[in-house]
Ligand binder design. Structure first.
Ligand code: NAD
Length: 499
C-alpha cells in the first residue's frame, strides 16, 4: 500500500515516527487506498527548521525573482490541472470537473500574487518637515503555517501559500489527513517552478501536528480554515502563543427567493449550490428561504431538479455529484435526514440508502430536500455538510433578513429577485460576509478578500486579496533626513514636530 510522506526541505520525508499512520480512502469505492504518515512535534520542528533556513535567503530575493517563480508555478498549475483534479477526486470524492474548478479558483490567487510588484508598493511623503521625507514598506513575517480542511485540498491552501511565499515568507502546510496527496503534488510543482527548497513544506497529521504548530516559537503566523470549534481553538491557542492568526470557520448559507424571482433560474442555481460537491462546501447553500407566494412553486421545481442530479463516482463522465468523504459523514448526513423527519419536516426528496451499481461500498447518499423546516429543528441549526437542502418559509424579505441575522453563522448568502430595491436592502442589512445577488455561491475573486462574519470567522482577518498581503507582512515606516552641507540641524528635547 502507498504511503504518503511529509515534504520537508524540498524532498519527501518519512517523519520521525513512520509507524504512525492513518488510512486514506477512495470514497467512491469505500476502499482504503493509501496510508498517510501522522506527524508530531519532531516533524513540525524539522519543517520549521528548514523553513527558517530558507527564509534567510528567500526574504532577500528580489521581487522579480519571486514574481518569476509565481508565473512558472501558475503555468504548471494550468498544465497539470487534469492530473491534480484526478488526485483530488480520488481522495475527496468530488467530480474531476469540480476539482478542476477549485484548482482554477486557487490559481487565481497565484495570478494575484504575480502582481506582487504592484500590491507591495509603499507610500512616500516628500518634505513632511524641512529636509525630512517619510516612506513606508512591508516586510515578511518569517515562517508561517497553514492548517486546512478536507473539502478543498487544493484551493484553500492556495488561498494562503502563494501570497505568503510571494511576500517573502516560508510556509509550512498541514493539510487534511483525509485527502493529503494534493499538497505533496503542489510541493513538487513549486520545486519545478524554481522555488528554493525549504520555502514550502508539508507536514501531514491531525491534532498532534496542529498543536505542535500552534506552540512552535519559530512560527510567526497561522492561517486556519475548517470547522468553527477548531477555528476557535486554533485562534485561542495561537494568539496565546503570540502568533498572528486568521481562522475561518463553518457555515450555514441561506438563499432567499422572492416572489418576483425567475423560479426556474433560482431553483437551478440553488440545486447546484446545494448539491454540488455533495454539499461539502463552506459556501454550499443549505437553506432556501422561500418568501410568501414563492414557496409552493419553488419547492415544486427544486424537487424536480433534485431528482435529476446524477450521483456517481467523481471520475465517471456525466456525474453531477460524488460520494461523501467518509463513511462517518455518510452516516451522519443520513441520520440528520431521519431526525428532520422526526422533528416535523417534510422529506420531499429522500436521498438515504442510495446504492450505485458497481460501487456498493462507496460513501454515497443522494440529494435530500426538506420542506417546512423551522429554525428550532436540528436540520436548520446544524452545519450538516452534506447534500441536504432545507426549505424555510417566511412571509416577507425583512423576516428573511432577520432570520439570517439571527443565525450564528455569517459566511455566504444569496438573494434571487428582479428588484434592485430589494437587493440593496438585502445586501446592506445582512450580518454576512459574502453576498450573491442572483449568484448562488458568491466566492469573491482573488483580488478581493474571502471571509464570513460571526461564527464563520474567528478574530478579524479574512483571507487572500489585500487582507492576505496585510496578514503575511508587517509595515515599517522610515522618517529620513539627509542634512545639506551647510544646513544647521539642531536637536531639541521637546517631542519632534514638523516645521
Ligand atoms: P475540521 O475542522 O475537522 O479540520 C480542519 C483542520 O483542522 C484539518 O487540518 C484537521 O486535521 C484539523 N483538526 C481537526 N480536528 C482537530 C482538533 N481537534 N485539534 C486540532 N486540529 C484539528 O474541518 P473539515 O471537516 O476538514 O472541513 C469542513 C469544515 O471546514 C466545515 O465546517 C466547513 O464549513 C469548513 N470550511 C470553511 C471554509 C471557510 O472559508 N470558512 C472553507 C472550507 C471549509
Amino acid at each position: 500500500m502507498k504511503t504518503i510522506e511529509h515534504w520537508i526541505d524540498g524532498s519527501p520525508a518519512p517523519g520521525a515516527d513512520p509507524s504512525r499512520t492513518a488510512p486514506v480512502f477512495n470514497p467512491a469505492t469505500g476502499a482504503e487506498q493509501a496510508q498517510v504518515v501522522l506527524g508530531g512535534a519532531a516533524d513540525v520542528n524539522a519543517a520549521v527548521t528548514a523553513a527558517a533556513r530558507a527564509f534567510e535567503s528567500w526574504s532577500e530575493s528580489s521581487l522579480t525573482q519571486r514574481t518569476q517563480v509565481m508565473f512558472a508555478f501558475r503555468q504548471l498549475l494550468v498544465e497539470h490541472e487534469e492530473e491534480l483534479g484526478r488526485i483530488i477526486s480520488a481522495e475527496h470524492g468530488k467530480t474531476v470537473d469540480d476539482a478542476r474548478g477549485e484548482i482554477t479558483r486557487g490559481r487565481e490567487v497565484v495570478e494575484f500574487a504575480c502582481g506582487l510588484g504592484d500590491v507591495l508598493k509603499g507610500g512616500f511623503s516628500d518634505q513632511v518637515s524641512r529636509g525630512v521625507d517619510v516612506h513606508d514598506f512591508r516586510q515578511p513575517l518569517g515562517v508561517v503555517a497553514g492548517i486546512t480542511p478536507f473539502n478543498f485540498p487544493a484551493m484553500v491552501p492556495l488561498w494562503m501559500h502563494p501570497i505568503a511565499i510571494a511576500t517573502g515568507n516560508s510556509f509550512v502546510l498541514k493539510p487534511s489527513e483525509r485527502d493529503p496527496s494534493a499538497a505533496n503534488f503542489v510541493a513538487r510543482l513549486y520545486k519545478k517552478a524554481g522555488l528554493p527548497d525549504g520555502v514550502f513544506n508539508v507536514v501531514h497529521g491531525g491534532k498532534d501536528a496542529v498543536d505542535a504548530i500552534l506552540a512552535h516559537p519559530g512560527i510567526q503566523a497561522v492561517s486556519f480554515v475548517g470547522s468553527t470549534p477548531i477555528a476557535r481553538y486554533v485562534h485561542e491557542q495561537a494568539t496565546a502563543h503570540g502568533k498572528r492568526v486568521q481562522a475561518l470557520g463553518g457555515a450555514k448559507n441561506h438563499a432567499v427567493v422572492l416572489p418576483d424571482a425567475d423560479l426556474e433560474f433560482a431553483a437551478d442555481h440553488i440545486t447546484a449550490g446545494a448539491y454540488g460537491s455533495a454539499g461539502e462546501r463552506c459556501m454550499a447553500l443549505s437553506v432556501a428561504v422561500a418568501v410568501g407566494s414563492a414557496a409552493d412553486g419553488l419547492v415544486e421545481v427544486l424537487q424536480r431538479k433534485a431528482r435529476e442530479v446524477e450521483v456517481g463516482p467523481g471520475d465517471a463522465p456525466g456525474t453531477d455529484m460524488g460520494p461523501l468523504v467518509t463513511k462517518a459523514a455518510q452516516e451522519r448526513v443520513e441520520s440528520a435526514v431521519g431526525t428532520a423527519a422526526d422533528q416535523g419536516a417534510t422529506v420531499v426528496v429522500d436521498g438515504r440508502g442510495l446504492k450505485i451499481d458497481g460501487h456498493e461500498n462507496g460513501f454515497f447518499t443522494g440529494p435530500s430536500l426538506l420542506d417546512h423546516v423551522t429554525t428550532e429543528m436540528d436540520a436548520y441549526k446544524e452545519e450538516l455538510f452534506g447534500p441536504v437542502l432545507a426549505v424555510v418559509r417566511v412571509d416577507t424579505l425583512d423576516e428573511a433578513i432577520a432570520l439570517i441575522n439571527a443565525n450564528p453563522y455569517g459566511n455566504g448568502t444569496a438573494l434571487f429577485t428582479a428588484s434592485g430595491e430589494a437587493a440593496r436592502r438585502f445586501q446592506r442589512g445582512l450580518k454576512v460576509g459574502m453576498i450573491g445577488i442572483n449568484v448562488p455561491v458568491p466566492v469573491p475573486m482573488s483580488y478581493y478578500s474571502f471571509g464570513g462574519w460571526k461564527d464563520s470567522l474567528i478574530g478579524d482577518s479574512p483571507i487572500h486579496g489585500p487582507e492576505g498581503i496585510r496578514f503575511y507582512t508587517r509595515p515599517k515606516v522610515v522618517t529620513s533626513r539627509w542634512p545639506q552641507p551647510k544646513q544647521q540641524v539642531t536637536a531639541g528635547f521637546t517631542f519632534p514636530t514638523s516645521h
